[in-house]
Design a protein around this ligand. Structure first.
Ligand SMILES: [Zn+2]
Length: 181
């Protein structure tokens, strides 16, 4: 016999021989389709493979942790759920559950968010390109100025060479940066 596990996301409850002593009971999904639907929706679980809402298979169970104390009928030795009760306690801190919930909630909204992030990334790339272009233009005009200064004998050939070399270094750096990005 396979050990039954709770179907709720983020719940590690397994049906073991000592479970009942610990006050943990396991409950199969209702046969009433309407109530079953309500259980499934309350669970907010996605079936990634089917790209839809998770559907319980025969024999799948939920553990007693997901039901309120008042949901149980304890009149008989075998603890039962009262008819028609819906599970209401699921771990809200479970990342997976939250994630599934938002996907289930609105795939359009999620797509919109993604588009927004992509466009922001494009904007960042564009402004980075602008900075590099501006730097190149600056270097070009700097070289021109160096030439002019030298032509008018305002700086020596040696100074001009040094400035040119400095310019060339800057240029190499930005080329490397361009290459990386
Ligand atoms: Zn559980």
């Amino acid at each position: 016999i396979m050990v039954k596990c709770c179907s709720a996301i983020g719940c590690a409850s397994r049906c073991l021989p000592n479970s009942k002593l610990k006050g943990l009971t396991f409950h199969v999904f209702p046969t009433d389709e309407n109530v079953k639907r309500k259980w499934v929706l309350a669970m907010k679980r996605l079936d990634v493979n089917a790209a839809g809402i998770w559907e319980p298979k025969k024999g799948d169970v939920l553990c007693s942790r997901h039901f309120k104390k008042t949901d149980f009928d304890r009149s008989a030795p075998n603890i039962k759920l009262k008819p028609g009760v819906i599970p209401s306690i699921f771990d809200p801190s479970s990342h997976l559950q939250e994630h599934s919930y938002s996907v289930m909630d609105s795939p359009k909204k999620l797509k919109h968010k993604l588009d927004h992030v992509i466009s922001e990334l494009e904007d960042t790339k564009k402004s980075l390109r602008n900075v590099l272009d501006r730097e190149k233009r600056f270097q070009k005009s700097l070289r021109k100025t160096i030439r002019e200064l030298k032509d008018e004998c305002l700086i020596s050939q040696e100074t001009a060479n040094r400035l040119e070399a400095f310019c060339w270094e800057c240029c190499q750096e930005s080329i490397e940066r361009d290459y990386i990005s």
